[in-house]
Structure formats: C-alpha cells, structure tokens
Design a protein around this ligand. Structure first.
Ligand code: PHE
Length: 342
C-alpha cells in the first residue's frame, strides 16, 4: 500500500470518527488517537524511514496537509458540540413564567389594625396629629400630672402593674397627652394610639393588654360643643350618618365635667337588639373637658385656654364593628380567625 493511500485512509477514518464524536470527551480521545504521540497520523511520520528519500519532502507535505486539515475539522467539531451543549442547557433550564402555580400564602391585617387605621384616618381628616409615647411610663406622667396623686383613692379605678415606686406600665395613653402639653404651646390637636396595661383577669371583655386611642384638643374657647361635634363626626365616619352620640355624666380625675359617651347601636340602628341589650345605645368611650388643674400642672394657663379629651378602647370598637363576641380572639393570633378579615 502506498504512503499516499495510507494518508488518505487515515484521514478518512479520522474524519468519520470526528463526525461520530458525540461529546467533548469523545473529541479529547480522538485527539490522542489521531494527533497524539502514538496517534495514527503521527505514526505515519515515524514510518518516513522506509520512504524513498527523494519522495520524503512530498510525503511530509501530504502528512502536514492532512494534519492541518484534521486540526481544522477538530476545531469546527468542537465549536459545534459546545454550541449544542449550550443550546441543550438553555432548553433544560428554561423557566415557563406563564405556568400557573399556587399563590404564596399571604398574611392579613389584624382587625384591630384595620379599625385603628380607620379611626386615625378620621381624626387626621379633622386636623389631628398622631403622637405616640412610651409603654413603660413614669408614675408622674401616668398619674400625678393627670390629677391622680400618690395614695389617692382615685388610683383604685385602674389596677396598675408597678415596675417600682415611680415606674408603671402605662394604664392609658393619657400620659402622652401630658408629655405633649408640657412640651408644646396650644393650639394642640392630637390623638395618641397605643398599647396599655391593667392587672385585669382575662375574660370575654377584659385583657391585661389592650389598646386605646385618646384624643386631646386645647385652644382658646374650646367648649363641650366642640367635643360633641368631634365625636359626632367620628361616629358618622365609622358607623354611618344616622349614628348619634349620647352623653352621660361621669367622673374622671383629669376631666371636669366628664361624660361617658354612647353611640346609637350600629346593629339595630337604635331600635334595640341583643348587641345593645335592648337599649338602642352602646357605650363606647370616656371624655370630658380637661381639668384646669391638669392644664396648670402641665404648664398651660387655664384662664386663657380650655380643652377636651376623650379615650376610646380600640378592642371594644373592633368587636362592635365586626360582631366579635370574645376579646381573646383578638390576642390569640389564631389563623382561622384572622383569615376571615382578608
Ligand atoms: N384615660 C381614661 C381611661 O383610660 C379615658 C379618658 C380619656 C377619659 C380622656 C376621659 C378623657 O380610662
């Protein structure tokens, strides 16, 4: 067999093997088998000794040409295989963004939060500013500045968690009002939402932790008529335009005169039902004209300024709003309950 034919055969076989190679690994093996030290094409060079010296340059050229040709083919095949692999990988990793899948479970706002937002919205609309204060509070702000002196029987009205002689868990958000009166000049128009604490037994209408929204307005010529107008606006906004307010005389150390405020029962609209125990009214908040003594202790001249204050129990109005029969439901965090407010 002539050298020329050997070259042609090896070249054809190698080209065929290259075409058959299905992976980059196959190509690496092919390179060793054909172009490597002991490869078939390299073997031809070693056989040059037997070739007629006159023909050697010619044969050398053929072998080199074959080598160049095969190297070129190898490079092209390698390119093609890499492209294929990449295309395959892209196919495999394709994400179908249109495929329907179950929605992630989303939480829901707590009913207290929803009602709080509505109440604050209402007062912000009336020109009030929202102010917050500390939950662990000095006795001085929680009681003394509000006309509830140490060792006075008025303290009995609120079962207080004492941290020490001078520090309490605030029993209402009124201390925020005292702080604001001390640090600002009238006119003052604020609402103070927040968590409050009382050493009460847990039952359907009591919890040692609950929330209040207290309001305070101080300016020249503020009267009880302003208080009533403000609370009317609040009642209409939250429960509807037909809801009325009813004031009953009451007592709080920090207001004089003081009033408990009832709203028309939102359930029967005043005709009497189970919710209002047949009266047509529901007790919703405490209020009154700020006691001049409180104004004075907080650095505001009671001969120039007057004001009103009110305190709303958030849980109470949330329960009324949604017909929730037991306050504990608002604190237990039971998903089956909370889901219903989505
Ligand atoms: N701070 C009172 C309470 O928690 C509520 C209240 C506020 C009453 C303002 C009158 C005026 O009981």
């Amino acid at each position: 067999m002539s050298m020329q034919e050997d070259i042609r055969r090896i070249r054809e076989e190698a080209a065929q093997a290259l075409a058959d190679a299905g992976s980059l690994n196959d190509l690496a093996q092919w390179r060793v088998a054909v172009l490597g030290k002991k490869g078939s094409l390299t073997g031809l060079l070693r056989g040059m000794g037997q070739v007629d010296p006159a023909l050697r340059p010619q044969v050398g050229q053929w072998i080199n040409a074959a080598r160049e040709e095969l190297e070129g083919q190898l490079a092209r095949r390698e390119d093609a295989l890499k492209r294929e692999a990449r295309a395959h990988q892209l196919m495999e990793e394709t994400i179908d963004v249109t495929e329907p899948r179950p929605l992630p479970r989303v939480g829901t706002q707590h009913p207290n939060t929803m009602v709080l937002d509505q109440v604050l919205d209402c007062f912000i609309g009336l020109g009030f500013e929202v102010v917050e204060g500390p939950q662990v509070e000095l006795d001085h702000y929680n009681f003394e500045l509000l006309n509830i002196p140490k060792n006075h029987p008025a303290r009995d009205a609120q079962d207080t968690f004492y941290v020490d002689d001078n520090v309490v868990l605030r029993t209402h958000t009124s201390p925020v009002q005292a702080r604001v009166m001390l640090s600002r000049k009238p006119p003052i128009r604020i609402v103070c939402p927040g968590r409050v604490f009382r050493a009460d037994e847990v039952d359907a209408t009591h919890s040692p932790v609950f929330h209040q929204i207290e309001g305070l307005v101080i300016d020249r010529d503020i009267t009880m008529g302003d208080l009533k107008g403000t609370l009317d606006a609040f009642a209409h906004r939250l429960y509807g335009a037909d809801i009325q307010t009813r004031f009953r005389p009451s007592f709080f150390p920090f207001t004089e005169p003081s009033a408990e405020v009832d709203l028309t029962c939102f359930n029967c609209r005043g005709t009497g039902c189970r919710v209002c125990k047949g009266t047509g009214w529901i007790e919703v908040l405490g209020s009154g004209m700020v006691n001049p003594k409180v104004l004075e202790m907080c650095g505001i001249d009671p001969t120039v300024y007057s004001g009103f204050a009110f305190g709303i129990g958030l849980e109470r109005i949330t329960m009324l709003r949604y017909g929730i029969p037991d306050m504990r439901l608002l604190f237990e965090g039971d998903e089956r309950f909370l889901r219903q407010f989505r």
